[in-house]
Write a protein that binds this ligand. Structure first.
Ligand code: C2O
Ligand code: CU
Length: 476
């Protein structure tokens, strides 16, 4: 890890000093210490709880039916909107193959929709409004589709998107695969953490991504900043992370903290990314989640240990900043036993597909934050050329980032395999729906064109998308 360690070590030394008196000292002392320092493993941390799970209202076992009310809420940190009064909205958890029926009731004073990020839904269910109409205030719409992809997905509006998502409209969507049942039997907690950063969109600022906004320093998981999730030593946790921030890049780094306060490295295995399990579990000391990205990790702690998840300082204008990391949340094991061995998941080992060498569609991303104007192939949505490909054959997309900002590329209605990044093939098969392009990156992607529709293709920095960095790929 390349972040500066000095502040963290100083903090740990202070915490170690305080640890002896946490129970005995007055709460003033603890609070004044935590006011000056980021809270990490002190005992005053707020609990990070799980979002509520959506209730299945359908009597038929193969159908999952639920209701989401888009509502005004009065949340902390100026949150204004939520589903069913909640931020994050309810987690939808269904088995692979389920027929899903979700009724959206719009109780807001503005039109809204729901887009099912990463799921291959039929086009009329995609929640976009450039052809169809949004759900007007007081209206209702039933989204129905079958889920055929296992993994961790999410949902959010696709109209006035930057503002509505920042105001709090989003939730996780988990599709469980029965082939993981044996491995999951050894998992004690299957938890989801929806990440967001505070105050990304501002009505007053003409260029909300400018200045401080480009580097997110404060993160929340399930609406709690730097909170704590508790477990027992020896329990196994599958943690599913969703980055629901408008533009903040979450460079997640696990930091193990032993019972005596010393930092240590620990086993934190990445199981999956956007589109389900990776071809192999991967030990990693950083997972970079761009806006819209997901990752599943697996770990176990011994009694008395903690795992702090930090977000390394990261800028859209050049990657890691080297600034001190910000704590996102801490897992703390109290009582219990030694760490348990991690179960093996049924990963489907496979290498990357061969790049056929030709290019069917080329997207060049350009623009500048000086004017906050962003382009794909020199065009700005909605004044764009609709590229058309016939359904059936896989197609090759090349995406080039010519600008001085990073851009997470996202496509609706289908997934893509990453064939290469700057000419280098990835180590293994990589199936995604959101992929961050660093400055000057050229990525080659292979899409399966089996789902017919007019699919939006855009940068998932929501402010960039709304400033024009969005186009349409028609599969017909
Ligand atoms: Cu998550 Cu078109 O978006
Ligand atoms: Cu962008």
């Amino acid at each position: 890890m390349r972040v500066a360690l000095a502040p963290r070590i100083a903090l740990l030394a202070l915490l170690a000093l305080l640890a002896g008196c946490v129970a005995a000292c007055s709460s003033d002392r603890t609070e004044s210490a935590s006011a000056e320092l980021p809270r990490t493993t002190s005992q005053t941390q707020e609990a990070t709880s799980q979002p509520a799970e959506a209730v299945d209202e359908a009597p038929e076992p193969e159908v999952f039916r639920t209701t989401l009310r888009a509502q005004r809420v009065e949340g902390p940190n100026g949150l204004q909107y939520g589903y069913n009064g909640l931020n994050p909205g309810p987690t939808i958890r269904v088995p692979l193959g389920a027929e899903v029926e979700i009724e959206l009731i719009n109780e807001l004073e503005v039109p809204t929709t729901i887009h099912w990020h990463g799921l291959h839904v039929p086009f009329p269910m995609d929640g976009v409004v450039w052809i169809g109409a949004p759900v007007e205030p007081g209206e209702t719409f039933v989204y129905s589709f079958r889920v055929d992809q296992p993994g961790t997905f999410w949902y959010h509006p696709h109209v006035d998107t930057a503002r509505q998502v920042d105001a709090g409209l989003y939730g996780a969507f988990i599709v469980e695969d029965p082939i993981e049942a044996d491995a999951m039997a050894a998992v004690d907690h299957d938890w989801v953490f929806v990440l967001d950063s505070i105050d990304e969109w501002s009505e007053s600022g003409a260029h909300p991504v400018h200045g401080h906004g480009r580097v997110v320093r404060r993160w929340q998981a399930n609406a709690v900043e730097s909170g704590e999730a508790r477990l027992a030593g020896g329990e196994v946790v599958r943690a599913r992370f969703v980055n629901a921030a408008n533009h903040g890049m979450a460079a997640l780094e696990p930091v193990g903290v032993s019972a005596d306060g010393s930092e240590r490295s620990l086993e934190w295995m990445q199981l999956g990314s956007d589109q389900g399990l990776l071809p192999a579990a991967r030990e990693t000391d950083q997972i970079l989640l761009a806006s819209g990205d997901r990752a599943d990790v697996l770990f176990s702690l011994a009694a008395g240990e903690s795992l702090r998840v930090d977000a390394a300082g990261y800028s859209l204008n050049g990657g890691e900043t080297g600034w001190p990391a910000s704590p996102v949340l801490t897992f703390r094991a109290e009582g219990g036993a030694a760490a348990s061995p991690l179960p093996d998941f049924p990963h489907l080992a496979r290498g990357p597909s061969e790049d056929p060498g030709h290019t069917d569609i080329l997207y060049s991303f350009a623009g500048t934050d000086r004017t906050d104007e962003w382009y794909i192939n020199g065009e700005q949505f909605p004044n764009v050329t609709i590229e058309t490909v016939p359904a059936g054959e896989p197609r090759i997309l090349e995406v080039r980032n010519l600008s001085s900002s990073e851009h997470p590329f996202h496509i609706h209605g289908m997934s893509f395999e990453v064939l290469s990044v700057n000419g280098e093939a990835p180590e293994h098969y990589t199936l995604e729906d959101t992929w961050n392009l660093a400055i000057r990156d050229i990525v080659r992607l292979r899409i399966e064109t089996t789902n017919r529709g007019d699919w939006m293709t855009h940068c998932h920095i929501l402010e960039h998308a709304e400033a024009g960095m969005m186009t349409v790929l028609r599969v017909e």
